[in-house]
Design a protein around this ligand. Structure first.
Ligand SMILES: [Zn+2]
Ligand SMILES: [Zn+2]
Length: 351
């Protein structure tokens, strides 16, 4: 019997995510197996600049009778179908340890990124995206100042396969009295790390990633885009600030411009991967707005895209992943290599 040496590029292993304290299973030996599953249709429809039936376009009426102003910069409004309400009575129901509930207050908003119905972030100009970041900062501050709001979740669902019902470029903000599950896990891990090391977890992580250069995708003066070592989704990425900023509240003008720049470059990379408008759920993780200082929190943005090996093959989180642990075949390093090899010019412009 030959004793083979463990090779992370070939052998099944699990990787630890220090941000949330969970493990993921990596099976690199499987990435060559044939695919016989579902094939998604690619519909690259050409959209008009203005759509009279779109409830997000400027000047249009929304369900419920509200009319959008003729906005020409990013525009936000309270969601007509909010999942959270700001006047929920306070209360908790805890009969015993087994039936526990707690009332939640909050505000849900929609942000139209552009008045143009036909654009997406990678096709917008950097200074237009900067205005989206300006509005995120304003919303984070204003919502966060509300006594009832302890966490502001900013996110974007792009593409119908992510369940996004309207192609008009937009995102959402759900601000709540509770700190939700994912940021709560990261809060605990980051705090523990900060107390032990006196620096943020992501400062130290980023420093090591920049030395290794195995998973780095894009760098500018203020941000780095990379595939995290513990990525679950095939082309999952993260944008991390170089400075340990705990939230958008601390961003300078240059840093807002830097975020806009890297957001555009990363999404161009994504679109170029399969030459399709790339679907994802993305969102910002930053300090809770509970009135406390959070030096342990390090600003970052996650991108979770479902596409696996072409514009038509997506990854499903089913079976073992639902019941046991998330799993991936292609390694984070392999995915990074693939993304780095792509042109920096959007495929629509290079044709
Ligand atoms: Zn529209
Ligand atoms: Zn996070």
């Amino acid at each position: 019997m030959t004793i083979e040496k463990f090779n992370i590029e070939e052998h099944p292993h699990r990787r630890f995510n220090p941000l949330n304290g969970e493990w993921i299973l990596v099976s690199p030996h499987r990435s060559k197996r044939p695919w016989q599953g579902q094939v998604e249709k690619v519909v690259e429809e050409k959209r008009p600049e203005y759509d009279e039936k779109c409830y997000l376009c400027p000047g249009n009426e929304r369900i419920g009778g509200h009319v959008n102003p003729k906005y020409n910069e990013p525009y936000s409004f309270v969601n007509d179908f909010s999942a959270l309400l700001n006047d929920t009575p306070e209360g908790a129901v805890s009969e015993d340890d087994l039936f526990v509930s707690d009332s939640v207050r909050g505000i849900c908003k929609v942000i139209c990124f552009s008045p143009r119905h036909d654009l997406t972030v990678p096709e917008m100009e950097v200074d237009e995206i900067k205005k989206v970041v300006d509005l995120w900062q304003k919303e984070y501050r204003e919502l966060g100042q509300n006594e009832d709001i302890n966490f502001v979740q900013i996110f974007e669902n792009k593409g119908s396969i992510m369940g996004c019902s309207n192609p008009h470029p937009h995102g959402q903000i759900w601000a709540s009295s509770m700190v939700p599950n994912e940021p709560q896990k990261e809060s605990v891990c980051q705090k523990e790390y900060y107390q032990k090391h006196g620096r943020t977890l992501l400062s130290n992580y980023l420093e090591k990633e920049l030395e290794k250069q195995e998973r780095i995708l894009i760098e500018n003066d203020h941000f780095v885009a990379l595939i995290p070592y513990w990525a679950v989704w095939p082309f999952e990425t993260m944008i991390v600030s170089r400075r340990s900023l705990s939230s958008l509240d601390q961003f300078s003008e240059e840093e807002k411009m830097g975020l806009a720049d890297i957001y555009k470059k990363l999404t161009i990379m994504y679109d170029n991967l399969f030459e399709v408008s790339f679907a994802y759920s993305a969102g910002i993780h930053q300090a809770p707005t509970d009135g406390e200082e959070h030096p342990e929190w390090h600003f970052h943005m996650h991108f979770y895209p479902p596409l696996l090996r072409s514009a038509t093959v997506k990854k499903f989180m089913v079976g073992y992943e639902m019941l046991a642990s998330p799993q991936r075949d292609i390694t984070a390093e392999g995915a990074a290599k693939r993304l780095r090899s792509l042109s920096a010019i959007h495929y629509k412009k290079s044709k």
